[in-house]
Design a protein around this ligand. Structure first.
Ligand code: FA5
Length: 340
């Protein structure tokens, strides 16, 4: 072989090497195939580039500079091909990290949240009382002293009016400061003022008292108020309705107890307790609507009588779900709320 023939053959070998490396890398679809090509073409001991380099020894000295320059150019070109192939396969791997996307699969369920347990309780109470014929009505949370106290026979000097026991609103310095209602009994008055008997209503809503929060108290809580006014209503009707409600809401095994008590707007009055985890817990107050209250709204106590009750919604919800501390309803811990 002449000198120039040796150079030509060397250059041809280099070109073939570059062509083969380019097609191998173009076909490599993942990092493993790129690594295989690396070993074949540029492997330190038996790679094809190394083999071509050895041919440099047979090149005439006059041709060596040219041969060396071309060898370096092709070596750099092959290195660039490798870098590009590595980038390409790494990007493809990142794209399919979660597996290939199958657009025909059904969508994954996204948790949408649900009603707060107190709202669920309110709806359930409305539903049970609805079945007993009690219509749900609403009243305002900001009240005047007439509906929160006077019409309920709570005299001006009564301690229930104390500023320390109520949230009075100082928005306007009127003679009669408004307040956040401290009980839903306000709604009894509003309904009786605007309707004639027979009446069966239930009202559920927020009430406010500056009580210190503990396991059974919160400064904002909810009450369910029931009122029935019909001729011939007696205490026996009140007890039956409350027992029916308690067993529908809490289950047949619930025990209900009535203790003599006092409310200015009912006579006689009782405290309603229910048994909870072997313990008796006060759930609310109740009684026969005082004839003076019936008179104040224009009813004739000689022809109609009625009963009323007011229960703490947080307490009955806690009893139903086995919650020991009503503050848990308002901590907004989704791990707690998700259980309902
Ligand atoms: C009343 O509020 C009367 N209006 C109930 C009533 C209605 C009597 C109709 C007669 C006729 P009392 O203050 O006891 O009564 O409250 C009723 C219930 O509300 C309590 O038994 C309790 O279950 C709940 N309650 C009272 N204060 C709180 C509080 N700070 N946090 C949570 N629940 C409370």
């Amino acid at each position: 072989m002449t000198t120039s023939a040796a150079l030509e053959s060397f250059l041809a070998e280099l070109e073939r090497l570059r062509g083969d490396a380019a097609s191998s890398l173009a076909a490599a679809s993942d990092a493993g195939a790129v690594e295989q090509a690396r070993i074949e073409f540029v492997g330190a001991r038996s790679g094809r580039l190394k083999a071509v380099q050895k041919l440099l020894g047979g090149i005439a000295p006059a041709d060596k500079p040219e041969a060396g320059r071309r060898f370096n150019e092709i070596k750099a070109a092959i290195a660039e091909l490798f870098a590009a192939a590595q980038d390409r396969t790494a990007a493809a791997a990142a794209d399919t990290a979660g597996g290939p996307l199958d657009v025909t699969l059904p969508g994954a369920a996204v948790p949408l949240g649900h009603l707060h347990p107190i709202t669920q309780t309110i709806r359930r109470v409305q539903e049970i009382m609805g079945r007993l014929g009690f219509e749900s009505v609403d009243g305002p949370e900001v009240e005047d002293p007439w509906h929160n106290f006077e019409a309920l026979a709570i005299a001006p000097e009564h301690p229930a009016r104390d500023p320390l026991d109520n949230f009075y609103l100082a928005v306007a310095r009127t003679a009669e400061p408004l307040l956040l209602r401290s009980q839903t009994s306000t709604v009894q008055i509003r309904v009786m003022e605007s309707r004639r008997p027979p009446l069966r209503i239930v009202s559920l809503g927020r009430v406010y008292r500056p009580d210190t929060a503990d396991a059974t108290h919160y400064p904002m809580f909810h009450q369910v108020e029931g009122l029935l006014v019909e001729p011939g209503t007696t205490m026996a009707h009140l007890k039956s309705v409350l027992r029916l409600f308690a067993s529908s809401f809490l289950g047949g095994d619930v025990r209900v107890r009535f203790r003599p008590s006092f409310f200015p707007f009912t006579e006689p009055s009782v405290e309603v307790d229910m048994e909870w985890g072997g313990r008796w817990v006060e759930m609310g107050g109740a009684g026969m609507v005082d004839p003076a209250v019936l008179k104040a709204v224009g009813y004739d106590p000689a022809t109609v009588s009625g009963f009323a009750f007011g229960l703490g919604v947080e307490r009955i919800a806690a009893r139903r779900h086995g919650v020991d501390d009503i503050r848990d309803f308002y901590r907004n811990d989704v791990r707690f709320l998700r259980q309902f």
